[in-house]
Ligand binder design. Structure first.
Ligand code: C5P
Length: 206
């Protein structure tokens, strides 16, 4: 069984996916972390993020491993853990450029499709491009202001700056973020985290 939870930036996907996965007793996988890892490694190597050839060559000589733990995904490059460095403002800014390269998307998709079922997959295109056959699909939205207020608890920046950056990232990600035709769309703005998780669990168990 595969449950897909897609949605816009900072819509609560990771917290919701983690909660749903723990309740179901299965792992969750965050595809965004792999895009973030590709971006971090490219930035650290001083590569041009607009050059997919250079990025892919670097990624194939520095393999990245996603560890889909129930309490939170971790990402490794050899024995260096990248997880804590993946949510910096510089990675936020570069990741959409990296994620727009079809070669990078194939690098991420291959890793996700190699994972053994069951799991919850979280991202932008899990229910559309990567796992179109998934049994249960959800798509989370919320206004940019509400998402910025939530994210301000995790970033040092001001709410208006975060809001502007989120709107910009939504625009850059627009190719990836349409909900699947068979996804249940949830506006998480007026909902608590527990309410979103409960709504999804009810639908999965129905
Ligand atoms: O989910 P998160 O905000 O961490 O994702 C970071 C970025 O990775 C997104 O802004 C998007 O550019 C890219 N992404 C994607 N497709 C996915 C997941 C993430 O393009 N399935």
């Amino acid at each position: 069984m595969i449950v897909t939870i897609d949605g816009v930036a900072a819509s609560g996907k990771s917290s919701v996916s983690g909660g749903v996965a723990r309740a179901l007793g299965i792992p969750y996988v965050s595809s965004g972390l792999l895009y973030r890892a590709a971006t971090l490694l490219g930035l650290d190597a001083g590569l041009d993020l607009g050059d997919p050839g250079a990025l892919l060559a670097h990624l194939s000589s520095h393999p990245v491993r996603l560890e889909p733990l129930a309490e939170g995904n971790r990402v490794w490059r050899a024995d260096r853990e990248l997880t804590d460095d993946l949510h910096s403002t510089r990675v936020d800014k570069g990741v959409s450029v990296v994620a727009a390269h079809p070669q990078v998307r194939a690098w991420v998709d291959d890793q996700l499709r190699a994972l053994p079922e069951p799991f919850v997959a979280e991202g932008r295109d899990m229910g559309t491009a990567v796992f179109p056959h998934a049994q249960h699909k959800f798509y989370l939205t919320a206004s940019a202001r509400i998402r910025a207020e939530r994210r301000a608890k995790e970033r040092p920046d001001d709410i208006p700056d975060i809001e502007a950056a989120l709107i910009r990232r939504d625009e850059l990600d627009a190719n990836q973020i349409a909900p699947a035709a068979d996804a249940q769309v949830l506006d998480t703005g007026p909902m608590t985290l527990d309410e979103v998780i409960t709504t999804i669990l009810r639908a999965v168990r129905a």
